[in-house]
Design a protein around this ligand. Structure first.
Ligand code: 28F
Length: 634
């Protein structure tokens, strides 16, 4: 069909910041909590850029009582001189014009593409109020804005010592744009900690004045990435003390890598590009992986540990690895569902060749470290070969029912329309029975899990997937795992974890999250994994049971009952009959489901390795601190 001819009048070019308010998702990805935190990072990144330019040492970030947020740096201070074209102070242009922050001309700063680095003007457009103060040349300049429009001219509001310099931004997110303006302390703290690990010597002081008692944390790591990898391993047992570390520069591209293996069986490689956490990986991670596989195999053959023809796979070599690769480059192209996958093709080769020479030098100079890595990888190879034999053996023997090849425990649904079907993974046979009774047989399948499934964090992946419960679950889901994963074979559109709210249930939930995060991360990324939110209180009134999901709901309901009604804390799914379970937790019209996002899983990973890892003390501390939270963790 011939392309319609557009005339100028049809293309409404939304002037500047109105475009941002009309389609905020185009600029910050979403307007939920991720978008809210994204605008914080936009402001902080300007200060980090000043640190990278070598002129800023400390960034102060505070969440104020009124829920506004202030970021202060001791950088050079935004320019205030008249802009040559607009004849306005540069500061006003940077804050009120799209892409005026110098990010898009490579000159002043390392550029970041995609959603990242859209500039502080996007933040001002999405903030009810913003005030910018600049200390420069012995003066304090100030200007305020409302949804991106100046409320007045730049004014000099005070004098300072001429040696003082920096920029301070306070902004109040516009609640008409965001679904929530409630900053999450832990999410922000995790990001600021990461930022300091990635920028050795940068100090970030993060304070939260919202609660009764003020909270404050300082992040500062002279050792940068070296300290990052040790911190990531803090709940694991490293198998070599000195991490592998190297930093290489090739033109405008800088690669920095730190690696430390532990006795765990998991692979934890985190990639960053210009301090952005590339959760979905990309060509930089691919380059490091290919270099690592080649160098360790070559080293193994050279030292006679590997016989000719014997080859360690990438999985063997990455078992137990904790690694961070921090790439700094110009013009990064981000891809993927959450724009956190690096797409630049040329980077794979650059990172591969830099890492190959740096890694082989390191192994030559550190034979003890090299030996521990090689020992671990060859053990993985042997376990893989043994497990393959065992799995073939088990396949014939295990509790798969004859014919359909599906686990006997699975109560499947009748519909074959995948987009309609759901799999409830239920803890314990009794709840499983009730769920089978209460469900919609056409679209809802039930797979009861008995007790605690194998602790996948500690066990060898091959063994973990061999255990009957896990292989039943993977078989029921249908996609296969790891390299063999095939989304087309997914048998249900929603996989819903339904466990009790008690600590045991939380444990099973954490184990299942580990399983999905480690072996089928794409199911999380594509939004197929959910958590069923069980009710928290039961109120018995006039012979009828009412269920509520939070203390707030309880108070409201009690008020409508005039304060009467027998309140009890909901003990567990087992206490409900089929119909109650259906009404409260399975009926798509009345239930509450929480969709698991890859960010949740990445954050959970730290908690999971704490819960599942070998270090007992931190686990007890975590459970004590979170036990009550675990009860109402919705
Ligand atoms: C709390 C948020 O925004 N800090 C900033 C600077 C410093 C300069 C600058 C910013 C360069 C050419 C675009 C000063 N002197 N903190 C901040 N600090 N922007 S934002 O320059 C603007 C860009 O145009 C700065 C010399 N070079 C750069």
């Amino acid at each position: 069909m011939a392309m319609d001819k557009y005339s100028a009048k049809d293309i409404t070019v939304l002037e500047g910041l109105e475009a941002v308010r009309k389609r905020p998702g185009m600029y910050i990805g979403s307007t939920d909590k991720y978008g809210l935190h994204h605008i914080v990072y936009e402001v902080v990144d300007n200060s980090v850029d000043e640190h990278m330019a070598g002129v800023c040492t400390t960034i102060n970030i505070t969440i104020n009582k009124d829920n506004s947020l202030t970021v202060t740096d001791d950088g050079r201070g935004m320019p205030v001189d008249l802009h040559p074209i607009y004849k306005r102070p540069a500061m006003e242009i940077i804050v009120t014009k799209l892409h005026a922050g110098g990010k898009f001309d490579n000159k002043a700063y390392a550029v970041s593409g995609g959603l990242h680095g859209v500039g502080i003007s996007v933040v001002s457009a999405l903030s009810k109020d913003m005030t910018v103060e600049v200390k420069k040349g012995g003066k304090i300049y100030s200007q305020s804005y409302g949804i991106g429009k100046p409320k007045g001219d730049v004014k000099v509001i005070g004098k300072v010592d001429s040696k003082e310099h920096g920029t301070k931004v306070t902004f109040m997110p516009d609640e008409s744009i965001f679904s929530t303006i409630n900053f999450d302390y832990n999410t922000l703290a995790t990001r600021f900690r990461e930022t300091c690990f990635l920028n050795a010597g940068l100090k970030i002081i993060f304070s939260d004045f919202r609660g009764e008692k003020e909270k404050s944390e300082t992040f500062y790591y002279e050792g940068g990435l070296l300290e990052f990898v040790k911190w990531l391993n803090k709940n694991r047992k490293p198998i070599h003390t000195k991490p592998i570390y190297f930093k290489r520069q090739d033109g405008t591209t800088q690669v920095e890598v730190a690696i430390q293996y532990s006795d765990s069986y998991n692979e934890n490689i985190q990639g960053f590009v210009n301090s952005i956490n590339t959760i979905e990986g990309g060509t930089h991670v691919a380059g490091l992986k290919s270099a690592l596989t080649r160098v360790v195999n070559d080293y193994g053959i050279k030292k006679g540990v590997l016989r000719k023809g014997q080859k360690l796979t990438g999985d063997d070599i990455r078992e137990g690895i904790t690694a961070v690769i921090s790439l700094k480059m110009q013009d990064p192209q981000f891809e993927g569902q959450t724009k956190t996958k690096l797409g630049n093709g040329e980077i794979k080769g650059i990172v591969d060749s830099m890492s190959t020479s740096a890694l082989s030098d390191f192994l030559e100079e550190n034979p003890v470290v090299a030996k521990s890595i090689l020992t671990k990888a060859t053990a993985a190879l042997k376990a893989r070969e043994a497990a393959k034999k065992a799995k073939d053996l088990v396949r014939r023997k295990n509790a798969l029912s004859v014919g359909s090849g599906l686990p006997g425990k699975l109560a499947d649904c009748s519909s074959k329309k995948r987009e309609l079907t759901e799999l409830y993974v239920v803890e314990g046979d009794s709840a499983g029975g009730t769920a089978k009774g209460g469900r919609d047989r056409e679209t809802q399948a039930i797979l009861p899990l008995r007790g605690k499934i194998l602790n996948v964090e500690k066990s060898n992946p091959a063994k973990a997937l061999g255990s009957e419960q896990i292989s039943n679950l993977i078989t029921a889901i249908g996609t296969g795992v790891g390299e063999g994963f095939d989304m087309e074979k997914l048998r249900y559109n929603k996989i819903i974890i339904m466990t009790d709210a008690d600590v045991d249930g939380q444990h099973i939930k954490a184990l299942l999250l580990t399983l999905f995060f480690r072996y089928t991360p794409h199911l999380i990324e594509a939004g197929h994994i959910f958590i069923a939110v069980a009710p928290f209180f039961k109120i018995r009134k006039g012979g009828k049971d009412y269920y509520v999901y939070s203390r707030e709901e309880l108070d409201v309901l009690l008020k409508t009952f005039g304060g009467k009604g027998e309140v009890s804390r909901f003990k567990g799914l087992g206490e409900m009959n089929d119909e109650q379970l259906w009404d409260t937790t399975m009926n798509p019209k009345t239930r509450i489901l929480k969709q698991v996002s890859i960010e949740d899983a990445v954050e959970a990973d730290e908690t999971l390795s704490l819960l599942m890892g070998d270090a007992v003390a931190p686990r007890r501390k975590f459970i004590e601190e979170n036990a009550d939270k675990a009860e109402i963790d919705l």
